[in-house]
Design a protein around this ligand. Structure first.
Ligand code: ZN
Length: 421
């Protein structure tokens, strides 16, 4: 067993945070949190009686936080961040689709993917919901590397069978896209307790009704995640209206084809009518709110207040590469700029809220006895007093924090990243 002494900030709910100033977390040999709270000698002696060979690691000048969860990002866009685009569809056509097309990367795939997961670890993120490219072999490799690095993924091959946005891409037909996705699902889904497959129709403009229905039917009969995009821009909403004339709106396209449900994550969900919020709530569909990406592409901003009112569960996503930053600190700050939210609420969406939305709150999301020991250790920033109140500390971390703060990241009790001196 290992005991890490630090100031421990733990997220309990939307508006409840635990703050142990002279705190500790105890991690057992299986990588689970064994105990945590305010440190004392009597506590240490008690733990020593349970585990005589325990090791104490002193981070008393540091802060421990639950590890972050990124609810939406794109692996093949790792190298495409910060590329200016006039609009979502323009950006996809000019920068993203052509580059993803070239992403066979057979030789470089391993190092490319490894660098991507390492960047997540460097940012204190240990779980992510990830779009791969349309390549089956690249997606297979993405799982292989996640398995090697112990990175928790909800990952899937992008499914695209419509020519419109697939310029240059070898367009698969719906059956082939489905067949290859099922093969990947059978090979990887829950093959380890941190690997999950997500069927990933890119978004309605890139998929046929037939493909959406195939995914929907499969999801009715099987335990699967579905990951897609919804109503990111007005231009896209108009396009969907044109491509799917018999449906009342964008959300209804997904609803009628069986795409929505409690294991479905839709990114963005910005340009929605009242009836669409109702459909998301009725189907218990989850939303990945990606404020940095939405600022970057000037897509509009999601009405998360309305989502909360409807009881729609949400988490925060970086949406790399439209989102320039992997840092959930930055995403939390941008979420605040979209809508005033108290820091504990933003931290909740970056951790436990996402875990709940993914149905994984029994295992991850915060510091809890028996949960996987996923946490990060951050330096006390020079701009923050050590005797700051909980509110001020969280607020400053949210507005001023970034990737540079991470000293170490642990997943299931294993050190995954340590900042070089
Ligand atoms: Zn996206």
């Amino acid at each position: 067993m290992k005991i890490y002494r630090a100031r421990v900030l733990n997220i309990i709910s939307l508006n409840k945070v635990e703050d142990f100033r002279n705190g500790y977390v105890a991690v057992d040999n299986h990588g689970k949190f064994f105990d945590y709270g305010e440190f004392s000698d009597s506590k240490l002696n008690k733990l020593k009686r349970v585990c005589p060979d325990l090791e104490v690691i002193d981070f008393t000048d540091y802060i421990i936080l639950p590890a972050f969860i990124d609810m939406h990002l794109h692996l093949p866009q790792f190298h495409l961040r910060g590329r200016y685009g006039v609009s979502l569809l323009d950006w996809l056509k000019n920068h993203i689709i052509p580059a993803e097309t070239k992403l066979t990367y057979e030789e470089q795939a391993h190092s490319y993917i490894k660098a991507f997961y390492e960047e997540l670890y460097r940012n204190g993120t240990t779980t992510a919901v990830i779009f791969s490219s349309a390549s089956t072999s690249f997606t297979d490799k993405a799982f292989e590397v996640a398995s090697e690095l112990g990175f928790r993924v909800i990952l899937g091959k992008a499914m695209m069978d419509r020519k419109y946005l697939s310029m240059g891409l070898k367009v698969e037909n719906a059956q082939k896209a489905m067949h290859d996705s099922i093969k990947l699902y059978e090979k990887w889904h829950k093959s380890k307790d941190y690997l999950f497959y997500a069927f990933s129709p890119r978004f309605a403009p890139a998929t046929s009704e037939k493909l959406l229905k195939l995914v929907g039917e499969f999801a009715q009969k099987n335990d699967v995640y579905i990951h897609t995009h919804l109503a990111e821009t007005q231009e896209e909403v108009k396009l969907v209206k044109k491509l799917f004339p018999k449906y009342k709106n964008y959300t209804e396209v997904y609803y009628r084809t069986g795409i929505l449900g409690p294991r479905t994550i839709v990114a963005h969900a910005i340009h929605l009518k009242e009836s669409e919020y109702k459909l998301l709530a009725k189907t218990n569909t989850k939303v990945a709110h990606c404020p940095s990406s939405n600022f970057f592409l000037h897509s509009g901003q999601a009405d998360t207040q309305k989502m909360v009112q409807y009881g729609i569960e949400l988490g925060l996503g970086s949406d790399v590469g439209a989102g320039p930053s992997f840092s959930l600190f930055t995403i939390m700050r941008d979420a605040y700029y979209v809508r005033k939210m108290p820091p504990p609420e933003a931290f909740y969406y970056a951790t436990l809220g996402s875990a709940k939305a993914l149905g994984l709150e029994k295992y991850i999301g915060n510091i809890g006895i028996g949960k996987d020991a996923d946490f990060l250790v951050i330096k006390y920033p020079y701009w923050c007093r050590k005797d700051s109140s909980t509110d001020i500390l969280m607020s400053q971390l949210m507005f001023l924090g970034n990737d540079h703060l991470t000293l170490e990241t642990y997943s299931r009790g294993v050190l995954k990243y340590r900042k070089a001196n």
